[in-house]
Write a protein that binds this ligand. Structure first.
Ligand SMILES: [Cu+2]
Length: 331
């Protein structure tokens, strides 16, 4: 009943649009302004306050969540302030443009401005692609752009009760050793949203956050593999992925999956539904043990008193507030 009312509303909108001569353009498509400022700055990468001389978008690892609707135009600016020492760039995996034009390096003191239309629904990585790319990604220049489907929710793509972004990256303590990054040598940690064991007080007593939901809720994870060289074997310990949407597109749905392999620079969407009749916990892990034990474990608590704000609105990528310790590098 609800569904058919919704359909008739859409039909009405189409008739109105036709009457106004708007057919052929998506009625709800809009232009979304996004600005990133490249910042070469120290950031905290562990719950104990360990800092790292990062390169970032806007001073954070990962950069901010960009969320648009299929058909929207992204009007994008990358500012590379004069104080920086390096050229930086942007590579939106959701954009179909020219690598030598839109994605070209931007020198310190310059700004790049371009537009692209987000034509295909899904979840996509973005990152800096300036040379040496492995180093610019390893030092923190990456994030997610979510392109929500223009059709909205459906039986195949139900509305989730909570949503969380999880972005996994590799931590190379020697920030200058580009060759080690390319060759996968010397990596010491797995960052989840920029911090090792970010949401895992079980393995790291300094961790201050967990992810929360209520028993029986559908929790949707938007996952990006921002590693330099390692695929991710994403598994929800004590659960089974109810659905996996490859590349986050509702058309690419898999049901009942224990572990899904996420390639480097791939992003996908994962739905988890916990038992409704009892409180439970899941540990979302990269089942690749060398990564799990270096930080790629996230606790999801499914409890009746879950914070109603958790995993909703602007709280889909929670960031722990951690005091930095030790010497903070100026660059
Ligand atoms: Cu860069």
């Amino acid at each position: 009943m609800k569904q058919s009312r919704k359909r008739s509303k859409i039909a009405t909108a189409a008739v109105l649009a036709a009457g106004l001569g708007l057919m052929g353009t998506a009625v709800s498509a809009k232009t979304v302004q996004v600005t990133f400022v490249a910042k070469e700055t120290s950031v905290v990468i562990a719950n104990d306050g360990t800092t790292y001389p990062a390169w970032t978008f806007d001073g954070m690892i990962p950069g901010k969540v960009v969320r648009v609707k299929e058909g929207d135009v992204v009007d994008f600016k990358l500012v590379n302030p004069r104080e920086n020492k390096n050229s930086h760039s942007i590579d939106f995996h959701a954009a179909e443009v020219d690598v030598l034009d839109e994605f070209a390096p931007v020198k310190p003191g310059e700004t790049k401005h371009f537009q692209f239309k987000a034509k295909r629904a899904g979840v996509y990585m973005y990152h800096c692609g300036a040379a040496t790319m492995a180093q610019h990604i390893a030092r923190g220049m990456y994030g997610i752009i979510i392109v929500d489907p223009k059709e909205g929710y459906s039986k195949k793509y139900p509305k989730p009760d909570r949503e969380y972004v999880l972005i996994q990256g590799q931590y190379f303590p020697d920030a200058e050793d580009k060759v080690a990054m390319i060759e996968n040598r010397g990596w010491a940690g797995s960052l989840i949203n920029g911090v090792m064991f970010h949401y895992d007080p079980v393995h790291d007593p300094d961790a201050s956050l967990v992810l929360e939901a209520k028993p029986g809720e559908r929790v949707r994870f938007y996952f990006v593999n921002a590693n330099i060289n390692m695929p991710v074997a994403l598994h929800p310990i004590a659960g089974i992925w109810d659905r996996v949407y490859i590349n986050g597109n509702p058309e690419n749905v898999l049901y009942d999956v224990q572990t899904y392999n996420v390639a480097v620079a791939e992003a996908s969407t994962f739905d988890l539904v916990s038992p409704a009749d009892r409180p439970t916990n899941n540990a979302i892990v990269d089942h690749t043990m060398s990564a799990a034990m270096r930080g790629a474990i996230t606790v999801l608590m499914n409890k009746p008193d879950a914070d109603p704000k958790a995993g909703r609105g602007d709280n889909i990528l929670p960031r722990a507030t951690i005091e930095p310790k030790g010497i903070v590098s100026a660059h």
